[in-house]
Design a binder for this molecule. Structure first.
Ligand code: PRF
Ligand code: ZN
Length: 370
């Protein structure tokens, strides 16, 4: 069995672990950069390795449309096609169809939509999603689910989570590759009873890992923590837990405290492309004139290439002139920042000082809007 998860250290609900995949071992808790189009925007594979990226995420929806899964399969799957030979994870597509597809129609069969590229009518079903994910060849594949928008009526959330369970059963039945691990996804919005039902029914499938879906879709922050807390109370201790689409530093710190092992989000790379640099206090706006004369690096404590070689003044110049290098350097720094945050979290759990780490982190945050 090439896929294995082992909890190494535990402190309260927080834990560190080691996840073994056919393309290597990774240390958890872990932040996974998003490479929607089979590329983490602006960064080379060498840079990803240098900053400590371990698992890279790609999207079924985008790669199904272009360049097409048959082509990726012929060229050696994501590993061969991209040359990134570490572990990959693919999302199943349902979530992206809902946010990007046009004229979407959800039915028991799946989600029909029009391609945002050429208008072609496409039906994505659990079977099709798994077939595409098998062609893409990621180490971890996700069940096809429905992520309802926030807010949704409890009645709709209930019918949707029940459909997601039937789609999980179909996803599992469609799976043929023994070298890929299929993770189930829980739904149920922020309704505790529905979450509980979704989680208990999902773990009956005895899967190699579980994702908490349906969060970070616009609900107030206070509503997310209790849902994650009750989810990790119910999920089996010996399987990795993945909180989908969560990537704000304070949410990673809170998620780790609640026993989450994996996270992904476009936030670090997207906010970098908007000219923001992540630091313990919050975000530095390098598009602002404030930093024009500042010879200091983004973050004295950061070992990334941008912080080791460039000043805030130069980065501000690059951002204000919209130079490509500025966007690349900020993405590089922001990803390194989140990888380092997870390294610090792992070290704190190992040392039994995670509570103190999380409190110190919260105290360093700047007030909202600073
Ligand atoms: N389902 C899937 N992918 C996702 C989510 C989900 O619920 C989320 C939730 N924010 C992010 N990505 N399949
Ligand atoms: Zn840096």
């Amino acid at each position: 069995m090439a896929f294995e998860f082992r909890v190494l250290h535990q402190q309260g609900k927080a834990r560190t672990g080691r996840l073994t995949t056919p393309h290597g071992e990774v240390a958890t808790p872990l932040f996974m950069p998003v490479g929607t189009q089979a590329t983490v925007k602006g960064l080379s594979n060498r840079e990803l390795v240098e900053i400590g990226s371990q698992i890279v995420l790609a999207n079924t929806y985008h790669l199904l449309l272009r360049p097409g899964p048959e082509r990726v399969a012929r060229l050696g799957g994501l590993h061969g096609f991209t040359g990134y030979t570490g572990p990959w994870l693919t999302d199943s597509g349902g979530f992206q169809v809902m946010s990007l597809g046009h004229r979407r129609v959800i039915s028991e069969e799946g989600v029909a939509f029009s391609s945002h590229l050429n208008g072609d009518r496409i039906l994505l079903t659990p079977e099709r999603s798994i077939a595409v994910q098998e062609q893409l060849g990621a180490d971890i594949v996700m069940a096809f689910d429905e992520c309802p928008p926030y807010p949704s009526e409890p009645d709709y959330l209930k019918r949707s989570l029940e459909r997601t369970l039937r789609w999980l059963e179909r996803s599992l039945a469609a799976k043929t590759r023994p070298d890929q691990a299929l993770f189930g996804i829980t739904q149920g919005g922020v309704e505790p009873d529905l979450r509980r039902t979704s989680t208990l029914e999902t773990i009956r499938f005895d899967l190699p890992g579980y994702a908490i879906g349906g969060l970070a879709v616009g609900e107030p922050k206070e509503k997310m923590v209790p849902v994650v807390d009750l989810s990790t109370d119910l999920l089996p201790e010996d399987r990795p837990r993945y909180l989908m689409g969560v990537g704000h530093p304070e949410d990673l710190v809170a998620g780790v405290a609640l026993g989450v092992d994996l996270f992904d989000c476009v936030y670090p790379t997207r906010t970098g492309r908007f000219g923001y640099a992540l630091v313990d206090g919050g975000r530095l706006n390098l598009g602002s004139a404030r930093h024009k004369d500042d010879p200091a690096p983004i973050d004295e404590a950061c070992d990334c290439y941008a912080c080791q070689n460039h000043s805030r003044a130069y980065l501000t110049h690059l951002v204000r002139t919209e130079e490509l290098l500025g966007l690349r350097l900020l993405s590089l720094h922001n990803l390194r920042y989140l990888h380092r945050l997870m390294e610090r979290a792992r070290a704190a759990v190992e040392a039994g000082s995670y509570g103190a780490f999380a409190r110190a982190f919260a105290e360093r945050r700047w007030p909202e809007g600073a």
